[in-house]
Design a protein around this ligand. Structure first.
Ligand SMILES: [Zn+2]
Length: 468
């Protein structure tokens, strides 16, 4: 029998925003062996950038009354997120209940960063994630989750939307599904159709509608491409109280994107961010050992969010070439960390933005090269592999090696391992079905003259007679 987890969430409205949220959770059939934590808290994630919210009134009790506890760090499923267990001083009997109040995060002075999984209020409401709002059972087993919202302290017309559904939800999930989720609650504004919605709290200076209208048909095309007709996607917007914003954080079937309260918003850049984030719905490689799967999950997302809108006829050559020069040119070839091994990058990526971007460009180029190799030799497509896996069934690096070995032979496995070690990639001569020109450059990087490439549209050929 699955563990039962009941969650009641009661947001409290004050001064046009949410001043705190009360949480009440219980599990009638949880069993805790001696020496095991009752519940756990995920905290201090991504190099300390994402904390669990400040709590008040935490109380844990069972049928015999209040349970005193000791708090200790325990192993986390993810190397980037710390986990703290609450160990009871005596045996737990009957239904375990825990309740607390979570306060919106007060940002540290000078803060200007994503990720956006933290618990933040703004005019109109609050948004955050499962991991950084719920104290959760310390188990990876499936749970029958019953989540309900008590909106009695909220104004009429308020909505409460999790990435996995709006309002009260009953769903079988494990702690990770519940944790890697996003939500927004408050006086939500929305532009939505049956499968894609953009939800925001404050009215931004830019128009959300026209961007949503451009995304609707592309999302439709992508979900058909990945054979996922029932997919839906939610985009949450967050207003950042600092100048440099426009980042994004993804979870299954949703993501949250930031924009600055001080303006300076770039709609084209945001449109690209949205394309990237909604395409995250499909390609996925396990990355619990951070760095092992980043090149794939991010690289394949970059690949498909650039290539599919292009071959689907939604975006033209000029737009696509601009994307390639940004995503492969700037993020990879012009990246000072372009030869850093994949597993070294996580050690510095939350401090060095360029290092964090490297696996995106590297993975994109590597996958586009692999696609070109497969097509040239009539061995299918990377699609064959990517469509077999997903967030429900993550690919592992060994699955990818197996695919390469089977389709392209051992040389391809060696090339893959070299890529992970940071060896510089050159574009395959047939990259992107030869639809664009690939131009070799020499640039200065880390004080040295080095090889680089950029892309051009083919119709501009006559203007570039000097190209090598
Ligand atoms: Zn991404």
């Amino acid at each position: 029998m699955n563990l039962e987890l009941n969650i009641m969430i009661r947001p409290h409205w004050e001064n046009d925003t949410i001043s705190f949220i009360d949480y009440e959770l219980n599990s009638p059939n949880i069993t805790i062996s001696s020496g095991e934590p009752m519940i756990c808290r995920f905290d201090d994630a991504f190099g300390g950038l994402c904390p669990f919210p400040v709590m008040e009134y935490l109380k844990i009790e069972d049928e015999k009354g209040v349970l005193r506890y000791e708090e200790n760090e325990i192993p986390s499923f993810n190397s980037g997120i710390k986990c703290f267990g609450y160990f009871p001083e005596r045996a737990v009997e009957g239904t375990l209940r825990w309740c607390y109040r979570a306060l919106p995060r007060v940002l540290p002075e000078g803060y200007r960063s994503s990720p956006y999984y933290d618990f933040r209020a703004e005019p109109g409401g609050l948004n955050g994630s499962g991991f950084f709002s719920f104290l959760l059972p310390a188990t990876e087993k499936e749970m029958n989750v019953s989540l309900s919202w008590d909106m009695s302290c909220m104004p009429a017309g308020s909505r409460a939307i999790f990435s996995f559904g709006e309002g009260n939800i009953k769903k079988t999930m494990n702690v990770i599904d519940l944790g890697i989720s996003l939500f927004t609650v408050g006086m939500i504004r929305a532009v939505e159709n049956d499968s894609l919605g953009i939800y925001y709290l404050s009215e931004p200076e830019f128009q959300v509608g026209p961007i949503a209208e451009k995304l609707f048909p592309i999302f439709q095309y992508e979900k058909e491409y990945f054979n996922d007709p029932n997919a839906s996607f939610k985009i949450f917007l967050r207003r950042d109280p600092f100048v440099i914003s426009n980042g994004g954080s993804a979870c299954r079937y949703a993501f949250i994107s930031g924009y600055s309260a001080f303006g300076g918003f770039d709609p084209d850049k945001w449109f690209n961010t949205l394309l990237h984030e909604m395409t995250h719905t499909w390609p996925y490689m396990d990355d619990n050992n951070v760095g092992e799967g980043t090149w794939f999950t991010e690289g394949a997302t970059e690949y498909y969010c650039t290539w599919l809108p292009y071959i689907g006829g939604f975006l033209d050559d000029d737009f696509t070439v601009k994307c390639l020069n940004e995503k492969i040119g700037k993020r990879y070839y012009q990246n000072p960390f372009r030869e850093m091994p994949n597993m070294e990058i996580p050690k510095i990526q939350w401090k060095e933005r360029h290092a964090q971007e490297c696996p995106y460009g590297r993975g994109f180029l590597y996958l586009a090269n692999t696609e070109a190799q497969l097509r040239r030799t009539g061995k299918g497509s990377i699609d064959d592999m990517i469509k077999q896996f997903g967030w429900d069934r993550p690919m592992h690096p060994e699955d990818w090696r197996e695919f390469l070995r089977e389709r392209l032979g051992q040389d391809a496995v060696v090339q893959f391992d070299e890529m992970t070690e940071g060896k510089l990639l050159e574009p395959d001569p047939d990259i992107f079905e030869n639809r664009f020109r690939v131009v070799k450059d020499e640039i200065e990087l880390n004080g040295q003259k080095v090889l680089s490439y950029h892309f051009e549209t083919k119709n501009k050929k006559e203007n570039h007679s000097n190209d090598k």
